[in-house]
Design a protein around this ligand. Structure first.
Ligand SMILES: C=C(O[C@@H]1C=C(C(=O)O)C=C[C@H]1O)C(=O)O
Length: 361
């Protein structure tokens, strides 16, 4: 991410911008879309669209980018949206059975004091007889989960409720989530010591990463409830004033938070790498956009799936924070609930049955 930040700062600064829109903010064009791996070795994805339609509130701007020496291609007429045909769910690399076995081992390690919290994830594979149309998925996610940030970057598509870093003229906002329950169980969630501790680790990891960079830092004492159609989360909005750092720099400094890795970071990372039988890729990494001035938004890539090369399969991921007193069946149900948005967006009718059919217990 550091390298991406350096290259973007050097490249975008040279862009000459003609702004006919009448909107001041359009001077910050061009915009890049970027997504990075959970692990540092995973290749990232950065794209500067030749034509981008950028909307802020009610204001819409069409941004055209022409690279020196390249001819601008004329835009193609978009194909109509298509639904995937004959969807089938299959076990992922980390089946429910493997996940359970890993969870048991992880609980033993946590109870022996190996770490305080570790996020353990699993995956399922959804295949289709036709190519999966990411525009349809993004549009369905946006309709059903309007309070989330919907993304599609290099075949990684999802609707995340968690904002790693939103940066606008030196003001940084981070929405930290950790601690999850079924919709309607918010009161119990707020009173649950296990969930409050789990949440505290995540907030602390964000505050600790921002503190050395920030001129001002505000961390609310208590979380609020973020209600979504599939789950309810404990949430804390951390804000800071940081000058001279771009959205990429700040997202890079924050990642990985304890919401997706654990506490302490290095020990949790080693444990999850050993116990997760899947490669996370860009799931749970930073995903978002940045403009020429360094302002931008990077969410954490959650509630998402990665399209396979031929676009006839998509791998869905979900995880949860494991604490020494976690109850396996509750944690498993939580990962199923977190896969629901993507299964619904694909048009899988019974998402619970679909997850189970991909389970291979
Ligand atoms: C890891 C995921 O979600 C994260 C873990 C949470 C938890 O353990 O309670 C809650 C929100 C996210 O920070 C995921 O959705 O895959």
């Amino acid at each position: 991410m550091r390298e991406a930040s350096r290259q973007w700062a050097a490249g975008a600064a040279q862009a000459s911008v003609t702004n006919n829109s009448g909107y001041e903010w359009a001077n910050s064009a061009p915009f890049a879309i970027a997504s990075f791996g959970f692990a540092e070795q995973t290749p990232g994805f950065v794209a500067v669209p030749e034509i981008a339609v950028v909307r802020r509130g009610r204001e819409t701007v069409k941004v055209k980018v022409r690279r020196e020496g390249s001819h601008s291609s004329s835009p193609k007429t978009p194909e109509p949206l298509t639904r995937p045909a004959n969807l089938h769910t299959a076990p992922g690399r980390m089946t429910q059975g493997r996940w359970r076995a890993s969870l048991d081992e992880l609980l033993r390690a946590l109870r022996a004091g190996a770490a305080s919290k570790v996020v353990l994830s699993r995956d399922i594979l959804v295949t289709s007889e036709s190519q999966i149309d990411e525009r349809l998925l993004a549009s369905n996610l946006h309709d059903r989960y309007p309070s989330t940030w919907v993304f599609a970057a290099g075949g990684l598509i999802g609707a995340t409720p968690e904002m790693l870093a939103s940066v606008q003229n030196g003001t940084v906002r981070s929405r930290v989530l950790a601690g999850t329950a079924s919709p309607g169980a918010g009161r119990e969630l707020l009173e649950s010591v296990k969930n409050r501790n789990e949440h505290h680790f995540a907030v602390e990891s964000v505050a600790r990463a921002l503190a050395p960079l920030a001129e001002e830092l505000y961390v609310p004492a208590d979380p609020f409830l973020l209600e979504l159609p599939n789950v309810v989360h404990l949430a804390t909005d951390v804000t800071a004033q940081i000058s001279g750092a771009s959205a990429l720099d700040i997202a890079g400094a924050l990642h990985p938070t304890a919401a997706v890795c654990g506490t302490p970071t290095a020990l949790a990372f080693d444990l999850l790498r050993r116990l997760e039988g899947t490669e996370r890729g860009r799931y749970s990494g930073p995903v978002g956009w940045i403009d020429r001035t360094g302002s931008g938004e990077f969410g954490i890539a959650l509630r998402c799936g990665q399209l396979e090369q031929d676009r006839r399969a998509i791998r869905l991921f979900a995880g949860g924070g494991i604490m020494p007193d976690s109850i396996p069946s509750v944690e498993l149900a939580e990962t199923s609930a977190k896969m629901r948005p993507m299964l619904e967006a694909l048009g899988v009718e019974d998402s619970r049955a679909a997850d189970l059919s991909g389970a291979e217990l």
